[in-house]
Design a protein around this ligand. Structure first.
Ligand code: ACO
Length: 335
């Protein structure tokens, strides 16, 4: 058995910045409410007419990660792509990356685990590398949220939170099993599936069925979220799954050098920070600039933290996420 390690990281966000004040021109909201409840100041939303999509942003992030890992397309054995906002209902975005990078006919899968998507994607890639099946795996998390948000007052509890962007990591084989990804931990609880969901349209409610059965009272095609329920579950599950990872490796919170939480809400990150008694320089948050970019949030934050020299060789880095499903997970890394 081998370990895998992160050999390169990259991210891309669309140019167009949307501030809280910009949102207050579209819906009944304001900068103070958004900042106080979420910590978000601005986010990047793809502009109409741009050719950015989940797949095209993903490839931009991937190219940066590949260059930093000194990996060329011919080295990549497999692609794992996490998104809840794919270019098409099917096929997934992974195959588009294979085509756009001009890769040989390598395998590609899409992961549909929303805010936990990148954790699930890293874990999936890690298993292939551990067993020796693949040596180099490209992992991408990318979201084009802004195309599917209700930007009226009706959707304000959800739409102010989300941003667009992509992050990517190259995972390669690490022969020394005391280094790299030490363990990954994945969980789900489907009884809460409908508490954070886009229900329409779906195969159960396809367009002709909606027209026939719902008539003038068409259902919402936008995300529904019970924000308080998500918040309450998130703080419990974040803590549990970080502890699970630490215990598995005979570590404690005092061993953590850098914690990269999924950027769902600054209040959630701060709660977890207090719980584990971490100093401000041991937690990386960038939700202020990007909002919640779901599967992209951890790789964007990880890339920024690394670029800023906040992660050094030998550091214990902990990644954790919680989101729709509900799903949650953690990754423990010796950098
Ligand atoms: N601007 C102004 N007022 C608003 C807005 C807004 N954008 N949104 C809601 N409000 C109002 C509500 O209508 C409500 O008004 P009322 O009291 O008159 O009824 C009031 O603000 C309070 O609303 P709540 O929903 O109770 O606000 P809360 O404090 O719960 O904050 C929030 C909402 C920010 C969404 C919070 O619940 C949260 O962050 N939850 C977790 C979200 C999350 O982590 N999602 C996970 C990942 S997403 C994924 O997996 C895809």
């Amino acid at each position: 058995m081998y370990n895998s390690k992160i050999s390169g990281l990259g991210y891309y966000v669309p140019e167009n910045v949307v501030t809280n004040d910009d949102l207050s021109k579209m819906m009944d909201t304001n900068d103070a409410w958004i900042q106080e409840r979420t910590g978000i100041k601005e986010r990047h939303w793809i502009k109409d007419g741009s050719d950015d999509t989940a797949a095209t942003m993903g490839i931009k992030a991937a190219k940066i990660a590949m260059e930093r890992a000194t990996v060329t397309a011919k080295d990549i054995d497999f692609i794992v792509f996490a998104t809840l906002s794919p270019d098409y209902y099917f096929p997934g975005c992974g195959v588009m990356i294979q085509e756009m990078l001009g890769l040989d006919t390598v395998g590609a899968i899409d992961i549909r685990n929303q805010c936990s998507g990148f954790i699930y994607a890293i874990s999936t890639a890690d298993q292939f590398i551990k067993t020796g099946m693949y040596k180099t795996v490209l992992v991408i998390g990318s979201e084009f949220h802004s195309g599917g948000l209700d930007k009226t007052t009706k959707g304000r509890n959800v739409s102010v939170i989300f941003g667009d962007g992509a992050g990517a990591a190259i995972l390669t084989r690490e022969e020394d099993t005391s280094k790299g990804i030490l363990s990954t931990h994945l969980h789900s609880e489907g009884k809460f599936a409908k508490e954070l969901i886009v229900e329409f349209p779906s195969i159960n409610h396809w367009i002709p069925e909606i027209i026939a059965n719902h008539g003038k009272e068409e259902p919402s095609y936008y995300p529904y979220m019970d924000g308080q329920l998500v918040f309450k579950n998130a703080i419990v599950r974040f803590s549990e799954v970080i502890n699970e990872g630490l215990e598995k490796n005979n570590l404690t919170a005092s061993d953590i050098n850098m914690f990269i939480p999924h950027q769902a809400n600054l209040r959630i990150s701060q709660f977890v920070q207090r719980r584990f008694k971490l100093a401000d320089n041991q937690v990386y948050n960038n939700i202020m600039k990007y909002g919640n970019t779901t599967a992209a949030s951890i790789p964007i934050a990880l890339t920024e933290a690394w670029e800023q020299g906040k992660i050094k060789k030998g550091d214990l880095v902990v990644l954790a996420a919680f989101g729709s499903g509900f799903t949650w997970g953690s990754v423990i890394i010796r950098w």
